[in-house]
Design a protein around this ligand. Structure first.
Ligand SMILES: [Mn+2]
Length: 467
């Protein structure tokens, strides 16, 4: 990333008229702060701007200025959209009918009147002349917006503004700074340059607040390792622009709903610690969300809570069972030599050196947890030179245990019986049989479990079952 790229970004924005801004999923303070601040600024430059998020915006971010400009609607390139502005009008009924090839849409207001002035038209994807993705490392993070309009991303120039190490440089212009604390930190100089070129002061208090919200949420309120001198400097600059820092802190960190506190309690009580491998993790099941009447998004900064509550841990993982059944994992590392992005990449995800994430589909929470933690143990063993003793000492094989218990029971029986009526010969025969049956079972087990030693499925760690 160079000053030159920044200039090109500014130039391309200036030349474009109809701009689509896309924040990544999962939505967070940085992606949404980036998208809306850009929206307000570009609107001031008389551009037509649309912001589409593929995910609902979490309750905790609803306080952000102009949050309502973010739309959830799906776009598809061929769509023609008729928009009816119903701000002060209550609608009782909407119906549409096809009459001889003419479509009539009837809107019945409960009170107030609708007229031609309330109607506007727009068309789907193809109409945009610029796409700006913010805080997005991969186009797939845009979910349906990308997946259902792949063609559109080939036809329209894309400016990719992001700070993730794993960014795949998918744009026509890639303004990627992996040293930046957040995408909003990167937007500040862009908006300043646009301001000076267009001779207008773009950065108002709302924009400053949105940009600061990105820095604050991505740095965990200046606590995470990505808190650079530049992050502080730009935050200070934003406050001088009028950013409402207290408003952000109040909403993001000091307002917790009861359901969220309950959920946190649940997660904290399920913390697993592996001191030897310096791993701390917890997992939230659908049942946990149900029991505590909380929402997915309310796990928000639990991972940061786990970090501060886990001194000595190098890797912190939070697993979440999502509504669609997929398992999402957030990874944080407290030591830069433990590469969170690399860990996430192993599971098809990505992120930063000390904060990353990924998703696993078609696997239960329990299995995903087992797989991930085992991977981390191997990873840490290699790094720390911890001797792998879990194979020898901690194997818990329920089947084998039950088998052993049965054998012991049988042996006891035989012993008892032999005292009364069995001959020494009988005893020998039966114990031979016993040895054979054990051997047989061990062989069949070997055949049954042909995986490599790195990918064991039935041995290993002290394992926690979801309750
Ligand atoms: Mn970010």
């Amino acid at each position: 990333m160079t000053i030159n790229t920044q200039k090109q970004v500014v130039e391309l924005i200036k030349r474009s008229k109809k701009i689509l801004i896309l924040p990544s999923a999962p939505v967070d303070g940085d992606s949404i702060g980036s998208a809306i601040s850009l929206y307000i600024a570009l609107k001031k430059l008389q551009k037509e701007v649309t912001v589409i998020s593929s995910e609902q915006i979490p309750e905790v971010l609803q306080f952000l200025p102009n949050i309502k400009v973010v739309s959830n609607r799906m776009i598809s390139s061929g769509d023609f959209i008729i928009t009816l502005d119903c701000k002060n009008i209550k609608i009782e009924n909407i119906k549409s009918e096809n009459e001889d090839g003419k479509i009539n849409i009837t809107v019945t207001p409960k009170e107030g009147r609708l007229s031609e002035e309330n109607i506007s038209f727009s068309s789907g994807g193809i109409d945009y002349d610029l796409i700006i993705t913010v805080d997005t490392a991969e186009l797939t993070q845009l979910r349906d917006t990308y997946e259902k309009n792949i063609e559109m991303f080939h036809q329209i120039p894309v400016i990719n503004i992001d700070h993730h190490v794993s960014n795949s440089h998918f744009g026509k212009l890639n303004f990627v700074d992996i040293m930046a604390s957040s995408t909003t930190e990167m937007l500040l100089p862009i908006l300043e340059e646009l301001s000076s070129e267009e001779n207008i002061n773009l950065i108002d208090e709302d924009i400053a607040t949105l940009l600061l919200a990105g820095i604050i949420t991505d740095t965990g309120s200046f606590q995470n390792a990505n808190t650079t001198p530049k992050a502080f400097a730009r935050a200070a600059q934003l406050i001088s622009y009028g950013a409402r820092q207290q408003e952000i802190i109040q909403h993001v960190y000091k307002t917790k709903q009861l359901s969220q506190l309950k959920l946190w309690g649940r997660v904290l009580s399920k913390i697993q610690v592996d001191e030897k491998h310096r791993i701390v993790w917890s997992a939230v099941s659908r049942q946990d969300f149900k029991d505590t009447e909380s929402l997915d998004e309310q796990t928000g900064d639990i991972i940061d809570e786990l970090m501060t509550n886990a001194p000595g841990a190098e890797v912190i993982v939070l697993l979440k069972e999502k509504e669609d059944g997929a398992i999402s994992a957030s990874v944080r590392t407290t030591n830069p030599s433990v590469d969170a992005a690399k860990i996430a990449e192993n599971f098809g995800g990505g992120g930063h050196n000390q904060a990353a994430g990924f998703r696993i589909s078609n696997m239960s929470l329990m299995d995903a947890e087992y797989k991930i933690i085992n991977f981390l143990k191997d990873y840490q063993e290699e790094r720390l030179g911890v001797i792998a003793e879990r194979e020898e000492s901690k194997i818990i094989d329920v089947e084998e245990l039950m088998h052993q218990a049965k054998e012991a029971e049988r042996a006891q029986e035989i012993m008892n019986n032999s005292v009364i009526n069995k001959t020494a010969e009988d005893q020998e025969a039966s114990s031979k049989k016993k040895i054979k049956s054990v051997e047989k079972e061990q062989t069949s087990k070997k055949e049954f479990n042909p995986k490599s030693p790195k990918d064991k499925t039935s041995s290993g760690v002290a394992y926690r079952f979801e309750d």
